[in-house]
Design a protein. Sequence first.
Length: 98
Amino acid sequence: MNLVLRPAAVADIQAARKYYEEARPGLGDDLATALDQLFARLEAFPRSAPLVAGYEPVRRTRLRRFPYAVFYRPDRTRIEVLRVVHTARSPDTRRGAE
């Protein structure tokens, strides 16, 4: 299954990596590794995360080590990653996942 990052998700990831890398060198790479592992799990099990109520067919999963939620939409041929949002951010940010 093909995984595609929307521009908003790419911007989210870039901002998070920059923040963590500035906080502690190497931590941005740790975040990237955690995201790569999560994306591999999504490719293997695209419908494993719960649906987001009111935004079906969008699903949400979380990183284990970092406080980020990944909003994505799987279909028959690909997984579209919509946003990668810090879990302390406003719910309004998540509405942009549509």
